[in-house]
Design a protein around this ligand. Structure first.
Ligand code: UGA
Length: 438
């Protein structure tokens, strides 16, 4: 099928490459010429394991091309996937829909024939209906563009795997034809047995924000328990393990620590709250404010733990932060808890070095005041305190005996509860963590 994927950021670049990989004829579209040039040459503009291979394969097959022209996109596509960002609006909790609107406005007047426009971005419930009216007002006479919503659930770091083998496909449609078209697009996945949920657009839009709200709530729940554990001298990791054995609860997303960040969870729960308030049901999701608050508090708690670990005053103290990205296997530093803590330590006068295997360039751009490096030993040289804030696997492989020879004081705060504390203690380290007895 002839598809376009409009917006080649995280979501769009992966979707475009994967759709070409499963046999479609795909045109990727973006306003950013640099990004388009890079993708067309097989270079991914961000770090995502496995994407390079799929992109190279798709380009070599001749089924994937890129352009900056929405006019060309209109001419190419039977199905247009909208994958542009919906960031948090400046000065508000709500989602900023200007990029989604701009796609529709740029595409609709050039549509040569009836087609399907499929939104994948995370949007406030009701967006499909609004866009349907917007396109109808702009499309040439006689051209009908149906809008459907097909939310994306991919995780950074597993984006290719999640796209090619998703847990489920959810489509919100208003006609049988749209449903049939989407079944055809995803035929290889359906043949492989991926559950396919076809529903109305509002439900589909809501599935996405409900899923991210649930995940955020699960993380904040265990972090709230960590605070109680700290007060009671209990151990949150054992608590999470014990809870997780109950299959109704499950162990995943019960990792207590510094909490969630990134381009999705934080802004999605805020946008959901804002939309629910518009719909007059703000009270129903008021708990999400608490979820957000608990999450932010873990950053403050980690800074307090650091202050305490160096005797009450961070001024002039040499501190090393391990990890800058919001999660491992990504170079994404958007709303990164690790960087927020690093910046707060710096504001308190600490001499901060940040290490990240993939995110140091982005970290330097976001926080020029911090010294970021991708060399671990350089970052740790002379440190009086180490904070492990993003759980890259390479930090688990570090030899604590060797590292203790490089630092000035062997003191570790494990903000992700992911290191083998007993091993570090045996190597002479003092280890502190949220929700764990000292
Ligand atoms: C999240 C969802 O997991 C995806 O399903 C969704 O498609 C995506 O948002 C999106 O809306 O686009 P992602 O932002 O890539 O994916 O990251 P997650 O793996 O969900 O992690 C989010 C944050 O939660 C990270 O900062 C991570 O460190 C933190 N986290 C996760 C915890 O603090 N504890 C946990 O137990 C799990």
């Amino acid at each position: 099928m002839r598809l376009t994927v409009i917006g080649t950021g995280y979501l769009g670049a992966v979707h475009a490459a994967c759709m070409a990989d499963i046999g479609h004829d795909v045109l990727g579209v973006d306003v950013d010429t640099e990004k388009i040039d890079a993708l067309a040459e097989g270079r991914t503009p961000f770090y995502e394991p496995g994407l390079d291979d799929v992109l190279t394969r798709a380009l070599a097959s001749g089924r994937l091309r890129f352009t900056t022209s929405l006019r060309e996109a209109a001419a190419h596509g039977e199905v247009h996937f909208v994958c542009v960002g919906t960031p948090q609006q400046a000065g508000s909790q709500a989602a900023d829909l200007r990029y989604v609107d701009a796609v529709v406005d740029g595409l609709a007047p050039h549509l040569p024939a009836s087609c399907l426009v499929v939104g994948k971005s995370t949007v406030p419930v009701g967006t499909t209906g609004r866009l349907t009216a917007r396109i109808a007002g702009l499309a040439p006479a006689g051209v009908r563009a149906e809008v459907a919503w097909n939310p994306e659930f991919l995780r950074e770091g597993f984006a290719v795997e999640d796209t090619l083998r998703p847990d489920r496909l959810v489509v919100g449609v208003t006609s049988r034809e749209a449903d049939a078209t989407l079944r055809q697009v995803y035929a290889p996945m359906l043949e492989a047995g991926v559950p396919y949920i076809s529903t109305d657009p509002s439900t589909a839009e809501l599935v996405k924000v409900a899923a991210n709200s649930f995940l955020a709530t699960k993380i904040s729940f265990i972090n709230a328990m960590a605070e109680v554990c700290d007060a009671a001298g209990a151990d949150v990791v054992t608590l999470a393990d014990a809870l997780g054995h109950d299959t109704r609860i499950g162990r995943r997303f019960l990792n207590a620590g510094l909490g969630f960040g990134g381009g999705c969870l934080p802004k999605d729960i805020r946008a959901f709250t804002a939309r629910a308030q518009e719909l007059g049901v703000g009270a129903a999701v008021a708990f999400l404010d608490q979820v957000d608050e608990i999450n932010q508090r873990q950053r403050a708690r980690t800074v307090a733990l650091a202050r305490q670990a160096v005797g009450g005053d961070l001024t002039g103290r040499r501190v090393t932060v391990l990890g800058a990205t919001f999660k491992p296997n990504s170079d994404d530093v958007r709303d990164s808890p690790a960087l927020a803590v690093a910046a707060a330590l710096h504001r308190e006068g600490a001499d901060v070095r940040v290490h990240d295997p993939e995110g140091s360039a982005n970290a330097r751009r976001a926080h020029p005041e911090l010294r970021c490096t991708d060399d671990l030993l350089t970052a740790c040289q002379g440190a009086e305190l180490l904070l492990h804030l993003t759980e890259w696997s390479q930090y688990r492989e570090v030899d604590p005996v060797k590292l203790s020879r490089v630092v000035r004081e062997p003191v570790l705060i494990d903000g992700r509860n992911a290191l083998a504390h007993e091993e570090w203690r045996a190597a002479g380290w003092t280890v502190e963590a949220l929700g764990r007895p000292a």
